[in-house]
Ligand binder design. Structure first.
Ligand code: FAD
Length: 531
């Protein structure tokens, strides 16, 4: 069968979410994936016999409850294992558990600054107040602010009305989206150690090549407030069986409505006739017809490689070409027969609980040095790291008595001309190893197995432009009505019948399901409106 109502290019989680909603609405949908397995950057791969590793995303923090509940993912094997608090190693104070409960975290901060401990509950409440405003924005279809057409003006008016809650918080919202994480935190806190702990995700965890002083990074502080953890969809944590199980569950949910998924099915070209998408051609020459084509691939790949030259307007192509985001983060996966033993951990007050995630980012100066090394073209000798040990809570991922370490860190110079050869990889590995060994001297330098993935690998294997986890940076000039291009942030493209559903669209990357959900709404509205 080579004719469908909808064909989706890419079985990343957003493509699958989009397909499952459209199949549920009664459309005949086929999802085509170029790799031999589904999931895109939310995947579990058996990279060594018996070891199943989440080779890109490794923690579920943002998959939206609406998507989990609508698609009934829990029925199809999706399960979250709650994890103990992250433990953050700080130079001046040793290991600090980053409790989710504000009063418990404030008590930890008292070891660093009494003043900051007193300020923290009000700061947490402040972010909790702003969170729902941003949560609402996730589900908006961005409009074109430059158009005075009556339909668009109506969209703007309705947007303003739905989001009128933002008016009272306008100055707080604008500070969050424009300020650097350092300046924002400095308004509340005096201790650099406290700022390091609170600013770790914006600077080290978000996968962006930024420093504490990069403007526009403060809004990543809201991450923990972008998801309602109190619904029947449950909270956040590790996905049992690895991140790929999210996508397996979405695919199974879609399959009961007839959604087909084909792997090893790379699209080489989108068929366009008279300005309308007509289907796709696969690398093996097969043609698949569809009146709607949705690309879950990156905007860059979709419009610069899959659409014939001369088909798209110059202004649009200019925007897509300048849609920026070179990642300098890396991941190292290790199979070990012994977990790192952190002798200082006893001081963290976690009892016998082994922390599933440890952050090695002992000071702002340390993280800034890693950033400066990268800017000056050097692999950082002291990278910041998140060391995750998923097998502590999910032993099914590795053979008996063996563990997986999934290490995410930065920085490695990347992009055109960067050397990602064997010697660079060895340097990255040794630097990460030395950084961990400072805190856990038992870590054996020769792991049972190891894999080192740099930005160029994420580009080549996963199709992420510049290796960027978000497909492109989430800077102010590349979000909402500028993502991925002016006038086309509403999941449409200049080609009729061709849509985008990936992290290249609003609200960007992370495993949220939101771009896929929003794109499905736009497509359904278009298909149901009178011609
Ligand atoms: C190292 C790393 C760590 C991360 N950590 C986390 C984390 O812990 N938590 C979190 O929430 N997020 C994390 N992320 C981000 C998150 O994984 C991504 O933002 C998200 O998975 C993007 O999903 P997507 O469906 O939009 O796109 P993708 O996952 O990029 O999917 C696109 C799909 O399209 C396919 N494709 C491309 N071209 C073609 C073609 N021509 N034909 C057919 N198929 C094609 C690709 O193979 C891919 O499967 C991380 C990302 C990386 C890289």
């Amino acid at each position: 069968m080579n004719s469908y109502e909808v064909v989706i290019i890419g079985a990343g989680h957003n493509g699958l979410v989009c397909g499952a909603y459209l199949a549920k609405a009664g459309l005949k949908v086929c999802v085509l994936e170029r790799r031999s397995l589904i999931g895109g950057a939310s995947v579990t791969e058996e990279i060594w016999p018996g070891y199943r590793v989440s080779t890109a995303a490794h923690m579920m923090g943002l998959l939206q409850p609406r998507v989990i509940l609508d698609l009934e993912l829990q029925k199809f094997g999706y399960e979250i294992i709650p994890t103990p608090p992250i433990v953050h190693h700080i130079d001046s104070a040793g290991p600090i558990p980053v409790w989710r409960e504000p009063d418990k975290l404030a008590a930890e901060f008292a070891r660093l600054s009494q003043r900051d401990a007193a300020a923290y509950p009000a700061f947490a409440a402040h972010l909790a107040r702003l969170g729902p405003i941003f949560q609402k924005l996730l589900w908006e279809i961005p409009f074109d602010p430059s158009s005075l057409s009556p339909g668009n003006l109506m969209d703007v008016a309705l947007f303003a009305w739905r989001n009128r809650g933002m008016v009272g918080a306008f100055y707080d919202v604008s500070d969050l989206i424009t300020m650097s994480v350092y300046d924002y935190l400095s308004r509340w806190f005096e201790s650099d150690a406290v700022k390091m702990i609170l600013g770790y995700y914006p600077v080290g965890g978000s996968g962006q090549s930024v420093s504490f002083h990069t403007p526009g990074t403060a809004y990543f502080l809201l991450r923990n407030h972008l998801r309602d953890n109190t619904t029947a969809a449950g909270g956040t944590g590790l996905v049992r069986g690895g991140m790929g199980n999210i996508c397996e569950a979405i695919a199974k949910s879609g399959a009961r409505f007839g959604m087909e998924v084909r792997v090893d099915a790379e699209v080489s070209r989108i068929l366009v006739k008279d300005g309308r998408a007509q289907g796709v051609v696969l690398v093996n020459g097969d043609e698949i017809r569809a009146r709607t084509v949705i690309s879950n691939a990156s905007a860059r790949h979709t419009f610069l490689s899959l659409v014939e030259e001369g088909t798209l307007p110059c202004e649009f192509l200019r925007d897509i070409r300048s849609f920026k985001g070179q990642s300098t983060a890396f991941k190292i996966h290790l199979a070990v027969d012994e977990l790192p033993h952190y002798p200082d951990l006893g001081k963290a007050g976690l009892g016998n609980t082994y922390p599933v995630q440890i952050c090695i980012a002992p000071s702002i100066a340390y993280v800034e040095k890693a950033y400066l090394d990268m800017r000056e073209g050097r692999v950082s000798r002291r990278p910041y790291l998140t060391v995750q040990a998923p097998t502590v809570v999910d032993p099914s991922l590795a053979p008996k008595s063996r563990h997986i370490l999934s290490i995410y860190g930065g920085h490695v110079p990347s992009g055109p001309g960067a050397d990602h050869g064997a010697a660079t990889r060895e340097t990255v590995y040794n630097a990460a190893f030395d950084a961990i060994a400072q805190f856990a001297p038992n870590l054996p330098r020769h792991a049972v197995h190891r894999q080192i993935l740099l930005a160029s690998d994420y580009e080549e294997i996963f199709g992420l432009p510049g290796g960027n986890p978000h497909h492109a940076d989430l800077t102010l000039n590349q979000v909402f009505f500028r993502r991925p291009a002016r006038r086309y942030a509403d999941y449409r493209s200049p080609i009729a019948g061709l849509f985008l559903s990936s992290a290249s669209t609003h609200p960007g990357g992370a495993v949220t399901g939101v771009p896929g959900y929003n794109a499905a709404r736009v497509v359904l509205k278009m298909l149901r409106s009178p011609a």
